[in-house]
Design a protein around this ligand. Structure first.
Ligand code: HEC
Length: 137
């Protein structure tokens, strides 16, 4: 092989390596850490029958952009997040108590906004919990 060919081969290899590394860095979204909920909050239940239709409306307005229409963590904003928002259809997620989902929705953490003030109606936030149950596979 001529020197010029060797250099060309090296350059091509280097470019491929850089593209590969950058691609990986972009996709390196962290899996969420465990999110502890105090026992008394874990046991919370909706004070009245939650309205799934209201939950669906709230979801479209406030949550879908990150969590996706089916809660798979694939909303249009998801790719730009450092933390994967989670797969809400999973058995792992569905095993959380209603109280845990309510608490995390209320308080938020890091990139997950807290909705206690943004969605002031308590029944609207419980409706969201009921709607998140519809993602179960
Ligand atoms: C800006 C993007 C964004 C929006 C909007 C958003 N979330 Fe999140 N959500 C996240 C991220 C990221 C996480 C993971 C956070 C973590 O674990 O640190 C998360 C986590 C959660 C969790 C906990 C999941 C688990 O496995 O414990 C619940 C419940 C939740 N979101 C519900 C909602 C609801 C309900 C809404 C709308 C009212 C909403 N989210 C809006 C980004 C978002």
């Amino acid at each position: 092989m001529k020197t010029s060919q060797k250099i060309a081969t090296l350059l091509v290899t280097a470019v491929i390596a850089v593209v590969f590394l950058l691609g990986n860095a972009v996709n390196a979204q962290a899996k969420a850490k465990p999110w502890p909920v105090p026992d008394k909050d874990k046991a919370m239940k909706s004070p009245s029958k939650a309205d799934v239709a209201v939950g669906k409306e709230m979801w479209a307005k406030h949550c879908k952009s990150c969590h996706g229409s089916k809660g798979l963590g694939d909303g249009p904003k998801a790719a730009s997040l450092k933390t994967f928002p989670g797969d809400f259809s999973s058995a792992e997620f569905q095993a959380f108590t209603d109280g845990e989902l309510f608490y995390r929705t209320d308080k938020g953490r890091d990139e997950m906004p807290g909705y206690e003030k943004k969605i002031p109606g308590v029944s609207d936030r419980w409706a969201l919990v009921a709607f998140m149950r519809t993602f179960k596979k």
